[in-house]
Design a protein around this ligand. Structure first.
Ligand code: 8YV
Length: 326
């Protein structure tokens, strides 16, 4: 019997690619260039399953391509905003993601951004590298202490709660959170810290948080959730952190808010126009910019690959995939 055809859109950890090649008629992306829209349409005609990533835009046109063969799109990552889920549903194509396995590393990275912004670590690092450092002095590059300060978490899913636990236990922060719906906590280990409080409204959270960290999915409702008005509701010493998705922030409004000192600093791992970063953002000393590193560890990328493969195999076998989104 011929083996299912699987297209893998980006280079994956070698052990994952080896497993895919062993099991399937695999089409790997040896030179790791993102697929064009046309190449994605071709993949839909060629493959039973597509293993994709955040850099692939999979549109309604792809799901309705004539002689489509693809039955499952297994995303390597938890966020699926780059896939037209309604179109997938209508076309009867299964879509899966990789939750859980990247929670801890993404939460760690959010914490790193909180520390980098509040203690001015990016600025300090650039200062030393430039050769400008003249030595220790009592008033040099003073940041803000985090102990006892309030972290406001927007979106209280797995990652938001993991950030909350870390902020309390590692940094001694107080935590409040806001989410439109009650969080689904499947096991006690993934619950938020005991003393975290729920803010009545997003506006109330913004007005009373020293640091705001975004952990909501990118949906039509959360697009530009942090717009000019909401940023102006934060205190002038407020810090905005984003490890979720770029378009949750209106990035032009963020540039304006930083320039006018409406807020004090920002720590970003994701961008509205990714991979383009607004040149203005690069000019601010009080902004930390990372290249979408949330889940970028050897361990987690391997675990994401395993999980995507498990989902792919289940769907291709006609079984229920563990992480079915659609
Ligand atoms: C992934 C992420 O690395 O899982 C997500 O949603 O943002 C990242 O951690 C990326 O999406 C890979 O597809």
């Amino acid at each position: 019997m011929s083996r299912p055809v699987v297209v893998v859109t980006r280079k994956l950890p070698s052990e994952i690619e080896a497993q895919i090649t062993e099991r399937y008629d695999a089409h790997l992306n040896r030179n790791d260039t993102p697929l064009s829209a046309v190449a994605m349409a071709d993949a839909m005609k060629l493959a039973d399953g597509i293993l994709c990533t955040v850099t692939d835009k999979i549109t309604a046109a792809h799901f309705t391509v004539p002689s489509r063969r693809t039955r499952v799109v297994a995303n390597f990552g938890v966020g699926v905003n780059h896939i037209d889920l309604d179109a997938a549903r209508t076309a009867g194509v299964i879509v899966t993601n990789t939750p859980d396995v990247l929670t801890d590393d993404t939460a760690d990275l959010a914490l790193a951004l909180i520390l980098m912004t509040s203690r001015r670590l990016g600025e300090g690092e650039r200062h030393v590298r430039s050769g400008a450092w003249s030595g220790w002095r009592p008033t040099h590059m003073l940041g803000r202490s985090l102990r006892g300060k309030v972290l406001g978490i927007v979106g209280y899913g797995r990652i938001g709660r993991a950030v909350a636990r870390r902020a309390v236990s590692a940094l001694g922060m107080r935590v409040q959170w806001w989410a439109p719906r009650d969080p689904v906590v499947d096991d006690a280990m993934s619950a938020g810290p005991e003393h975290a409080t729920r803010a009545q409204t997003l506006e109330a959270l913004l007005a009373t948080s020293d640091v705001v960290s975004l952990h909501c999915p990118a949906t039509p409702e959360t697009r530009h959730l942090m717009n000019a008005e909401r940023m102006s509701q934060m205190p002038p010493h407020g810090i905005l952190i984003n490890t979720a998705r770029g378009n949750v922030i209106d990035e032009h409004a963020l540039v304006h808010a930083l320039r006018e000192q409406v807020i004090a600093a920002a720590g970003l791992d994701v961008y509205e126009f990714e991979p383009t970063v607004l040149p203005d953002l690069r000019d601010f000393e009080n902004v930390v910019l990372l290249p979408h590193l949330g889940s970028a560890t050897v361990e987690t990328r391997r675990a994401m690959g395993e999980r995507a493969l498990e989902n792919l195999a289940a769907a291709l076998n006609g079984d229920a995939p563990r992480d079915r989104v659609v």
